[in-house]
Design a protein around this ligand. Structure first.
Ligand SMILES: *[C@@H]1O[C@H](CO)[C@@H](O)[C@H](O)[C@H]1NC(C)=O
Ligand SMILES: *[C@@H]1O[C@H](CO)[C@@H](O)[C@H](O)[C@H]1NC(C)=O
Length: 316
């Protein structure tokens, strides 16, 4: 009996201890659970703070858009849409060329100078050329005139680097198309700004660009900084951009932004769209960062100074 009682006592002791252990475990689990709930809440809080910071950063970069001059879905045809702006004093630092030096300044957009089919053909040309190399960063250029092609962190001359093989990449028709398009752009610029088309000359650099969202590796990849073409390249008087892909469906971000004192005004790229403007400080601009997809365009620039004229690119 005594033995049984003792065992029972031990038994009850044992169950007391077991209960304590269990309660302890439960408490520990409870506090562990409470701790993890707390940390989840903290983590979520931190994440949403980060999210808000990123959102603020992104919007502070790219949403100071106050007006869309031309959206992707509009079709500007047959006449260009012209926005006059007062000429800056930049041109006074240069010799004046009657029939060319800007008397009136501004910016214009047209969708009726280059067809979408022509834009597609030029885009394929750009794709073939840029497939030969390309920048390590998100922005590559191909200049058919000088032969400059982005390669890694620098540039090569395609005519020297690839020699005769370049004729397997580009055809005479490609160069003919480029010339035709360049002539038409020159004509619409001359007509819009009342110039003598024969007094306006193609100048360098003139190049294809391919931009995606890959991070910049060198300064050459940083296309998004605000700039003035006439300050960057003294010879420029008129700048034009021919878009070879569509904003919104081929890429996002990548809108062209005129940065005016009283607000930012954008042009949304559309394949075949030509945007052109006088190159002085009246047209300070930048390109919004591309956030998705690939943006193709051609920059074709013109000068009034015959000393800076270049001939159309040609196969060697
Ligand atoms: C950007 O283009 C390059 C070259 O084609 C490619 O290697 C890279 O993966 C692209 N980046 C994105 C984010 O698509
Ligand atoms: C235009 O955008 C830039 C950044 O791209 C910004 O600093 C500036 O405040 C904007 N201008 C206006 C008037 O919103």
């Amino acid at each position: 009996m005594a033995l049984v009682r003792q065992r029972a006592a031990q038994g009850s002791n044992a169950t007391e201890i077991e209960k304590k252990i269990k309660r302890g475990n439960a408490l520990r689990q409870g506090s562990a659970w409470r701790w993890s709930r707390g940390s989840v809440a903290l983590l979520l809080g931190a994440l949403s703070l980060c999210g808000a910071a990123v959102w603020l950063y992104v919007t502070s970069l790219d949403s100071e858009v106050t007006e869309t001059l031309v959206s992707r879905s509009e079709l500007v045809s047959p006449q260009p849409r012209v926005y006059a702006v007062e000429c800056s004093e930049d041109y006074e630092n240069y010799k004046r060329y009657p029939g060319c030096t800007p008397q009136k300044c501004g910016r214009a957009v047209t969708d009726s100078v280059v067809t979408r089919e022509e834009a597609q053909a030029l885009r394929r040309l750009a794709e073939r050329g840029l497939a030969l190399a390309g920048s390590d960063g998100g922005a590559s250029i191909l200049d058919l005139h000088s032969g400059a092609l982005s390669m890694g962190k620098q540039f090569v001359n395609i005519y020297r680097y690839f020699g005769d093989q370049i004729k397997d990449v580009f055809t005479q028709e490609d160069f003919q198309l480029y010339r035709d398009v360049r002539e038409r752009i020159q004509a619409v610029i001359a007509e819009t700004f009342d110039l003598d088309p024969a007094m306006v000359y193609l100048t360098k650099p003139t190049f294809f660009s391919r931009i995606n969202s890959t991070a910049a590796k060198t300064q050459h990849d940083e296309y998004w900084h605000p700039h003035i073409d006439k300050v960057t390249y003294g010879s420029f008087d008129y700048t034009s951009l021919l878009y070879l892909s569509d904003y919104g469906s081929d890429f996002t971000g990548g809108r062209f932004i005129f940065m005016d004192q009283n607000g930012n005004r954008t042009v949304e790229p559309r394949a075949g769209r030509v945007s052109f403007f006088t190159s002085g400080s009246e047209n300070l601009h930048r390109v919004e960062r591309v956030t998705w997809g690939t943006r193709y365009a051609i920059t074709v620039s013109f000068t009034c100074d015959p000393a800076h004229a270049i001939s159309d690119p040609a196969l060697p």
